[in-house]
Design a protein around this ligand. Sequence first.
Ligand code: ATP
Ligand code: MG
Length: 248
Amino acid sequence: RKNLWWLSTGSKNLDSILGGGLESQSVIEFAGPYGSGKTQIAHQACVNLQCPERIIADEKLKEEILDNPKAVYIDTEGTFRPERIIEMAEAIGLDGKEVLKNIKVARAYNSDMQMLYAEKVEELIQKGENIRLVIVDSLTSTFRTEYTGRGKLAERQQKLGRHMATLNKLADLYNCVVLVTNQVAARPDAIFGPAEQAIGGHIVGHAATFRVFLKKTKGDKRLARLYDSPYLPDAETTFRITEKGVHD
Ligand code: ATP
Ligand code: MG
């Protein structure tokens, strides 16, 4: 793959287990239980896209990325917080309101809207918007509530697979970072609960390039574990989430 670039998470530790940061041309899944920091990482990524020091790319590519870069935030749970963006931005010396202007938030109330918004990103890019970060927070919540029970499992997996294909295509074709979140129980391999584990975990697992499992430990400390990456070793590290945002 050519022209790869990396977006810092804000934590050197976390960047390091990811091989340099959030890698372009890939779909990166942050999984973990309630309150583990998935949405905070997604917010911080939007802020960091506006910070030249937090973009790792060779000179020419970096210039292209920094030409009015925009993030798309597909919010399925109504947890996007403009005030939090401003707080994180100002903590690193950026103008919070300016950062907010460069985030396109799309509230998706169901899986069809979610899938449609992901498809629409391509149109925005073709119209000339420099979209470099696409977030789906959360990837799985709408599918989980709409397709319950065994009878709907196949349909759900098929749709989720199609959605992941859309996201992978965006990442590859337009050299974007795609970040998705997935609320899961305490064990990283129990992505969809026991009955569906094999199928559900499989679809997201094979469609995501990087998978990071998050866990809240003491106070503001978080544990992150990279697992099942095609070319990086499993690795573990810690970082923090404070009023300043995501950092070591
Ligand atoms: P869910 O599965 O419910 O969506 P999540 O993994 O997205 O959970 P987050 O919303 O990212 O969880 O994390 C929430 C936690 O982040 C809070 O419990 C708190 O510890 C921390 N946090 C959020 N905002 C702040 C802030 N302004 N200052 C300090 N810590 C904060
Ligand atoms: Mg969340």
